[in-house]
Design a protein around this ligand. Sequence first.
Ligand SMILES: Nc1ncnc2c1ncn2[C@@H]1O[C@H](COP(=O)(O)OP(=O)(O)OP(=O)(O)O)[C@@H](O)[C@H]1O
Ligand SMILES: [Mg+2]
Length: 253
Amino acid sequence: MTMTMNDIERALRELRLSGVRATLDTRILQAQATGQPFLETFSLVLQDELDRRRSKLTERRYQQSGLDERVTLGEFDWHFNPKVPRQACFELHTLKFITQGFNALLIGKPGTGKSHIAKALAYQGTLQGYDVRYIEADTAFAHYSLAGPDEQRKQLRVLLEPDLLVLDDLFLARRIADVSAELLQTVVHQRYKLRRSIVVTSNRVVQDWGKYLGDNTMSTTILDRLMHRSTLLEFEGKSYRLQEAATRIATAT
Ligand SMILES: Nc1ncnc2c1ncn2[C@@H]1O[C@H](COP(=O)(O)OP(=O)(O)OP(=O)(O)O)[C@@H](O)[C@H]1O
Ligand SMILES: [Mg+2]
């Protein structure tokens, strides 16, 4: 017995074929208008379902990544600070470093685009199907130091499991709590063993990390592992934030 459109609608809902449901009317009209063979219509309908599932997955990966904006390299003005290592940024953007288990350290002056590049790498990761976690380092470490043991275990898992972890603005608040320093050490050590990539941005030169960790030995063991399989990018130049603020003031007056 032939199904009515209502029956088909119900069946698609039951089978969770939302991609087919969304385009079926169009595909039926298309088939009638063009007289295309059944196999061609069927493959279009299947493709609609696949497309819908892939974009839903990508959206879910973005939602879980912790990113609050879809930052890309397309919006970056490479002429503003000509010394920003453009080639190295694009090389990282291929994300080959994730498959190789390499890290990246983006170090340098405030407002020169380190976080922008790191977020663009994280976003590109979600588009390419990687499980990505973007963390504002100081905020995450502060939460961790205040959490109970169960919550701490959960937070540690979140930092260890993803294919790519981005620790943004590390040591922005200079000194971090001892328990946070230990967390950083565990995360770096474990991910190093598992060959899972970390991208760190910081406006503190690595020579000073010992001061912010309150322990020089710890700083050495962390840096040792972070930098063993790693790309170090130095960001020199003027602050884009200041430039933007100056432009705002100039237009206001
Ligand atoms: N060359 C650039 N082209 C376009 N936008 C830029 C550029 N550099 C920085 N920005 C923008 O300026 C703002 C500050 O940049 P960002 O946060 O990446 O700096 P940062 O190097 O991480 O600074 P900090 O060390 O203070 O964390 C962001 O909104 C970023 O998108
Ligand atoms: Mg930053």
